[in-house]
Design a protein around this ligand. Structure first.
Ligand SMILES: NC(=O)c1ccc[n+]([C@@H]2O[C@H](COP(=O)([O-])OP(=O)(O)OC[C@H]3O[C@@H](n4cnc5c(N)ncnc54)[C@H](OP(=O)(O)O)[C@@H]3O)[C@@H](O)[C@H]2O)c1
Length: 286
């Protein structure tokens, strides 16, 4: 079995590649630039994989508002080309909780069959990618996830939320973190295990895959500093106190019952996954 992993140098790709069975071909932007039309078609025709896992994305949520062309090039049009090229391959595509957000006052986790409604260009470009995969690729799996952090940081973004919090805390600065956006931060290590389990079960269709529980970014930061034993001057603020070019979903907690129905182990609570990440981080730096 031959498995191509796109975005192999990203934080999810790096955790996923070592877990996959068979011959795994890690693909980086240097191998295939997804925004170059024709590049992925030629690559798939040459390598003839059985499975393609797409962990690559244009992830610059705020920049995308001013440059939708760049976001759509990678998150939608390249995905369309990939879906066409995967006529004989199982296409596994990673998407986001940012396909939600439009619904006011939502307080129950979204199920896969709930209507999406993105509030940002990034979310819209990713939703387009999902639809193109589902419409074109004969055998496909779309996985929505949320708030990723992994030991490799997010290359393009220059670090993940956990690393950013720890870096700013180490500078001794007071911090203000939004307390009105609720979701489930998810460890890329745990997500990689879930994706591998879905592939092993030959799952198709749309699945949510996140750690268990939910929190606001303020609550997440509070837990980071509690586990790391750091005293930080941390203040909760509303999103209006931290204006960004792109809107974020006020609530994007994802229900994972469908994952459990396949017999996959229940995802761990986000607090346990975070504790594990911080413990490993400390071990690495020791
Ligand atoms: N990060 C999150 O919080 C989050 C939340 C929900 C869903 N997701 C989704 O989860 C997946 C993995 O995210 P991640 O956090 O692992 O992202 P990441 O660390 O930023 O990795 C994304 C990878 O995509 C590659 N890439 C970007 N543009 C490319 C292009 N034009 N051609 C080829 N490769 C390109 C990047 O390469 P370079 O390193 O060369 O830029 C990078 O290695 C993505 O689909 C993302 O949308 C992420």
């Amino acid at each position: 079995m031959k498995i191509v992993v796109l975005g192999a140098m990203g934080q999810l790709g790096r955790d996923l590649v070592p877990l996959l069975p068979g011959e795994v071909i890690p693909v980086t932007r240097a191998d295939v630039d997804l925004s170059a039309p024709g590049a992925i078609t030629a690559f798939i025709a040459r390598t003839k994989p059985d499975i393609v896992v797409n962990c690559a994305a244009y992830n610059l949520v705020d920049k995308a508002e001013a440059d939708p062309t760049a976001a759509f090039a990678v998150n939608a049009w390249a995905v369309r080309e990939l879906a066409v090229a995967c006529r004989d391959a199982y296409l596994v595509h990673v998407s986001t909780d940012y396909v939600y957000g439009l619904e006011d006052g939502r307080q129950t986790p979204y199920r896969e069959d709930d209507a999406p409604g993105p509030v940002s260009i990034y979310g819209l470009s990713k939703l387009n990618g999902e639809y193109l995969v589902r419409a074109i690729a004969p055998k496909h799996l779309v996985i929505r996830t949320c708030g990723l952090y992994g030991v490799w940081g997010t290359g393009g973004k220059g670090g993940n939320f956990v690393e950013t919090m720890l870096r700013v805390a180490s500078q001794g600065k007071p911090m203000r973190v939004v307390d009105d956006q609720r979701c489930t931060p998810t460890s890329t290590r745990d997500l990689a295990v879930m994706i591998t389990g879905l592939i092993e079960r030959d799952a198709t269709g749309l699945y949510h895959a996140v750690n268990a529980g939910d929190c606001t970014w303020f609550e997440f930061a509070t837990e980071i500093f509690r586990i790391a034993n750091l005293r930080v001057d941390l203040t909760p603020i509303p999103s209006s106190g931290y204006p960004t070019p792109a809107k974020r979903p006020p609530y994007s907690v994802l229900n994972t019952d469908k994952l459990a129905a396949l017999g996959l182990p229940a995802p761990r609570h986000w607090k346990d996954a975070l504790a594990n990440y911080l413990h490993d981080r400390q071990e690495r730096s020791a």
